[in-house]
Write a protein that binds this ligand. Structure first.
Ligand SMILES: *Cc1c(COP(=O)(O)O)cnc(C)c1O
Length: 372
């Protein structure tokens, strides 16, 4: 059994993907070819955003809006403690300071109450200027953007959506990648919408910011590539990856539906015995990952070993909260500072989940878990 069966997806989309790859090779327009613009147009239509700037990976997609806004030393950017490192790393890369926020115990996403508490702390200390928030759509569930944008609006802070895991989620009719001033997503192969290498995209509704992002993406170009007006990056999405993403985007809604049905089957069999994913009223999750919570670290270890013995892969996203990572030791956080994130890192376990998983596979995972 595969954790994320990319080969099964390829079998379903082989004709379209092969044709896309062949057309790029025949056209020989490997950088900024027509498929890149086509993908950006389709991603705008899909997400409801005005502008999409595709990028070399999700980390650059998170970093570029910070560069566009001039975030730098002395600035505080609030990020969740329970996420992948890149969410905080981009803040550090800009010379600013990440301020870690605890998780909501039910959704695992950034807790608006903890955000307010951390914001008050930063203000009271008076050393850093609060500039903005990066909230993550963890495991496919959008963060609490109604509450977060009210806080950011009141404080004059930017709000950015880290939608690297968010594609496929929604709040009401509004889709992931459409929340906040900017959204950043990743097309890393393991994500819900993934390419065959690295890729990503930034979304915004602001024309000025979109132009800045396009300049930053190509070495801070001005009116053309060899006029350089600011310090930028080489952060383009390859034409080949765009051509691979187009048929995957066309198949995405069907795969998303499949993941939702798979999640319902998991929940039906596992709830009561394990804490299964909670989706608040009005929200929908893309279930990029299906993550349960075990009683404690020892139970998780036992279950993971039992499943491994049966050939069932599981993953721990993530084993260490960011405020306790070595790289952030100089910031002086202690165990106990963000208790929900700390507990989650001890107890979460992600199960096989993808757009082509079968009922038999789900049942085999559940049988193994319940037996163990
Ligand atoms: C994967 C991921 C990223 C980084 O994306 P890359 O494409 O690997 O650079 C950032 N944030 C979160 C939450 C992610 O899951």
């Amino acid at each position: 059994m595969q954790f994320n069966d990319l080969a099964a997806q390829y079998r379903h989309l082989k004709k379209e993907i092969d044709a896309g790859i062949a057309s790029v090779i025949e056209g020989a327009h490997f950088i900024s070819g027509p498929q890149v613009e086509e993908l950006e147009r389709e991603l705008c239509a899909y997400t409801g955003r005005k502008y999409c700037v595709s990028t070399s990976n999700g980390t650059d997609a998170l970093r570029m809006p910070l560069m566009a806004m001039g975030i730098g030393p002395g600035d505080a950017v609030f990020v969740p403690a329970f996420t992948f490192y890149a969410t905080a790393e981009v803040v550090s890369l800009c010379g600013a300071t990440p301020v870690f926020v605890d998780s909501d115990p039910r959704t695992f996403n950034m807790s608006p109450d903890s955000l307010c508490a951390q914001l008050e702390k930063v203000k009271a200390e008076g050393k850093l200027t609060p500039k903005g928030v990066i909230a993550v759509d963890l495991f496919g569930l959008p963060a609490d953007f109604p509450a977060l944008s009210a806080i950011c609006g009141k404080e004059g802070m930017f709000l950015m959506e880290d939608a690297a895991q968010g594609f496929g989620g929604a709040i009401g009719e509004k889709k992931a990648c459409a929340f906040g001033d900017f959204s950043a997503t990743s097309f890393f192969p393991a994500k819900a919408l993934g390419c065959y290498g690295d890729g990503g995209a930034v979304f915004t509704d602001d024309e000025e910011q979109a132009k800045l992002l396009q300049s930053i993406r190509v070495h801070g170009k001005g009116s053309f590539k060899y006029e350089n007006v600011r310090v930028g990056l080489n952060a383009r999405l390859d034409t080949l990856q765009a051509a691979i993403l187009l048929p995957k985007l066309h198949a995405f809604d069907a795969e998303n539906e499949h993941r939702r049905r798979a999640a319902a089957r998991y929940a039906q069999r596992l709830s009561g015995r394990f804490v299964t994913p909670y989706v608040p009223e009005g929200f929908s999750s893309g279930f990029g990952y299906y993550t349960i919570v075990t009683k404690d670290a020892a139970e998780r270890e036992r279950l993971q070993a039992a499943l491994k013995e049966k050939g069932i892969p599981t993953m721990v996203y993530y084993p260490c909260p960011l405020h306790l990572q070595k790289v952030y030791a100089p910031l002086g956080y202690q165990r106990g500072d963000l208790p929900v994130s700390e507990r989650l890192t001890d107890c979460v376990l992600s199960l096989p989940m993808h757009g082509y998983i079968t009922d038999e596979e789900i049942d085999a995972v559940c049988d193994a878990l319940l037996e163990a």
